[in-house]
Design a protein around this ligand. Sequence first.
Ligand code: NAP
Length: 309
Amino acid sequence: MSSEIYEVVIIGGGPAGLTSGMYSARAGLNSTLIEKGIFGGQITYAEHVENFSGFPEGISGQELGEKMREQAMKHGLKIITGEVTGLEIQGMLKNVKTTEGDFTSKTVIMAGGAVRRKLGVEGESKLTGRGVSYCAVCDSAFFRDLKVAVVGGGDTAITEALHLAKFASKITIIHRRDQLRAGHVLREKLKSEPKIDFIWDSTVTAIEGAVMVEKIKLQNIKTGMTYEMPVDGVFISVGTIPDTEYVKGILPLDESGYIITNEKMETSIPGILAAGDIRHNSARQAITAAGDGATAAVYAQKYLTESTV
Ligand code: NAP
């Protein structure tokens, strides 16, 4: 356990966390960032990011995450690899509990983002890594010339399906409604992809296979009809859930578990701020997460200047 008292501890190494880390370190604050996995957060799932300002040709999500990490560290941000397990408030100080020990800080920026939601059907857990995947960029090469299903109708599902079209022989998007949630640009791209077709108004009720995925069970939610479809892979893209389990009862959360902040990214606990996808009403874009991160760092600094902590 470190006896050092930090000025800023940032939880999460996606665009929000890395940008707040870059701002805090650049402002000369004793800042450290804790990340459990890969830097870049959800954008690392994106093969090609076209809508992050400053990159007119686009950039791979992994490269963008890496550049953000490099830039933050160049300005003096310390980075710890570990998992946050708890947050305690001790008067004006905050104690961030992690697998690498406790970190005491005057301010905390919660930027842990959100993780992919599970479908919650029979066979999903057993066959994860055996045909069930949550990341086309990571796993699509295993499905060359095979048939796959993509579950979901949002931007992520369509982005995953378009990426899979470079590898798989056929991609079937299964959506629980008869209209996609995904935006116009992605819907237009689908039109020029003959390998992709749709099953509308349907949910996957089970994923089956002895060792690897062999088939899925489906139900049409309008007619009630149930049927089976043989597939080699299932990519699940049904949204995200925030990484806030460990702050339940400590920080104000909305009904879905996202942290409630004001426009300065402040929570109702002085010195604790939140930025990016973890925040209620976030626009859930890499660029808005980065903007949240900068805002949070600016107001964390203001808090440190104005408070007596
Ligand atoms: P999302 O927008 O929340 O979409 C989730 C999709 O999964 C919806 O179509 C939803 O159906 C469906 N769904 C949810 N629970 C389900 C269940 N239990 N069974 C079957 N289907 C279920 O999530 P997302 O696509 O991951 O996108 C998250 C955010 O990231 C969005 O703001 C998005 O704009 C952003 N994003 C942007 C880009 C980009 O700009 N290129 C790329 C990826 C993500 P309903 O439509 O019926 O609710």
